[in-house]
Design a protein around this ligand. Structure first.
Ligand code: 2HG
Ligand code: ZN
Length: 467
């Protein structure tokens, strides 16, 4: 058991100003709430606050302004870029207790929720009303909608539904001044000046703390099938994508390598093919009427006849569909024990073949000793490149080398017009490379915006860029 540290004078004033606020200085809580899935920083927050209402969040922010205390907003802490790390005596403001559905509106087809609700709970709530919230990814059970909004999370269905950004009808946020802003009032049309809602989405807690969101819902997708394809070489990848996209309404088109598959299998997933193939695609598409079924077969046969795929399996049941998805969705978890250094890059789909070829050659040439696991949302031009720490490597040396890798990637991305973060955010991990993706003038504009919404620089300082 660990003993909670005594509250310091600032925290005592906070406790007096916000009576009933749940506040903890227990070292176990500091460890738990003080970081996300990145493991590079040691959590060292001043304390952890767990407010239960918007009023409490605003009061905490006003206290932070008076006392000059930095705030790290915290959701499900499944982030991969260090955006929710509190390593410098910040107050962690966890939205975990604010996890309720507040309203459903059938006419507007919206669901209003508190920011701390898990993505999966949003899915379930939408389904209870016969609708869906279509943003989805593997961390659904533990990530929170507030964190999804803060990073403009993408995931496995972006190809069909877009990023989180498309689904946020309205937002309530607490700014660095302690003001509560109600943004966009869930309007579909609102041409009344700057869209501050969109500015908040993807700002990683540096401009405001998302406390509530009104989400757009849509009709459930038609029945779908999941197909796993084996590819003889990555040059075929984009041709297979084109063949399927031309003929079908794709709900997902994801790729992974044999290395990725081996890790997932070692983690308990079921082997899909007897033979080993270098590359795999999981795709999901609408089926149901005869024309769609025929189109799916036609896409597969076209690929087979032209040597673009060497094998394939199509789901015959929901259970089998889930099994095939597990091969892709289980990758991150299966790699965790190797302390992977993660890259999450994007280029336009048209630039993907050249970018892939160039970066694969680059990594093989510069760091042949590294095991590199490639996977991702190829249909969105988004690649995840995980570099695994060799067992005998010193972690600090490994991270240094990985930072060199990321610099090389960043240079390649600049040449191909891509981005150093597709969907995970910049946080601390990718901050040194922001200039490869955004111009100096753009970053200066971001700094100016931050000065207005967070004049004392208290909201998630040091994340995305240095103020
Ligand atoms: C995914 O697509 C997530 O599974 C995590 O974005 C990616 O672990 C990663 O690098
Ligand atoms: Zn992803």
């Amino acid at each position: 058991m660990t003993d909670p540290r005594p509250l310091d004078a600032r925290l005592e004033r906070l406790q007096t100003q916000v009576p009933g606020l749940r506040l903890t200085t227990d070292p176990a809580d500091a460890e738990h709430y003080g970081r996300d899935w990145t493991r590079r920083w040691t959590p060292a927050p001043l304390a952890v606050a767990l407010p239960g209402s918007v009023d409490e969040v605003a009061a905490i922010m006003r206290w932070a302004v008076e006392e000059d205390v930095a705030i790290v907003p915290s959701g499900g802490r499944t982030g991969l870029s260090g955006g929710a790390v509190a390593a410098n005596g910040e107050l962690v403001l966890s939205l975990e207790r604010m996890n309720r559905v507040l309203d459903f509106d059938l006419v507007d087809r919206t669901l209003t929720v508190q920011a701390g609700i898990a993505l999966e709970a949003v899915h379930n709530a939408a389904r209870e009303h016969g609708l869906v919230y279509p943003v989805d990814f593997a961390a659904r059970g533990s990530c929170s909608i507030g964190g999804n909004i803060a990073t403009n999370a993408g995931g496995i269905r972006v190809i069909r539904y877009g990023n989180t950004r498309e689904w946020i009808a309205g937002l309530k946020v607490v700014t660095g001044n302690g003001d509560v802003l109600e943004l966009n009032r869930a309007l579909i049309k609102n041409s009344s000046g700057y869209d501050l809602r969109q500015l908040m989405i993807g700002s990683e807690g540096t401009l405001g703390i998302v406390v509530e969101a009104t989400l757009r819902l849509t009709d459930p997708p038609p029945p779908t099938n999941v197909m796993l394809l084996a590819l003889p070489s990555f040059e075929m990848l984009m041709q297979v994508f084109a063949a399927f996209r031309e003929r079908l309404t794709l709900e997902a088109f994801e790729f992974f390598t044999d290395r990725a598959l081996r890790h997932v299998l070692a983690h308990g997933a079921q082997k899909p093919f007897d033979e080993v193939h270098p590359f795999y695609v999981v795709t999901e598409f609408a089926v149901g009427d005869e024309a769609e079924d025929a189109a799916a077969m036609a896409a597969f046969e076209y690929c087979l006849e032209n040597g673009l795929v060497s094998d394939g399996v199509i789901s015959q049941s929901d259970a089998q569909a889930a099994q095939l998805w597990r091969l892709r969705e289980g990758i991150t978890e299966s790699l965790a024990k190797y302390k992977p250094y993660k890259n999450d890059v994007s280029v336009r789909i048209s630039a993907m073949p050249a970018f892939l070829a160039e970066t694969q050659a680059l990594l093989a040439r510069e760091y042949p000793q590294f095991e590199v696991v490639w996977f991702g949302h190829i249909g969105d031009g988004n690649l995840h490149i995980n570099v695994l720490k060799p067992d005998d490597a010193d972690y600090a040396v490994f991270v240094d080398q990985c930072e060199h890798v990321t610099q090389l990637l960043s240079d390649a991305l600049a040449r191909h017009g891509g981005s150093i973060s597709a969907e995970h955010g910049i946080g601390l991990v990718k901050k040194p490379y922001l200039l490869g993706t955004r111009s100096a003038a753009e970053i200066e504009a971001m700094r100016g915006i931050k000065r207005v919404l967070d004049p004392k620089g208290l909201l998630n300082p040091g994340k995305v860029f240095d103020a």
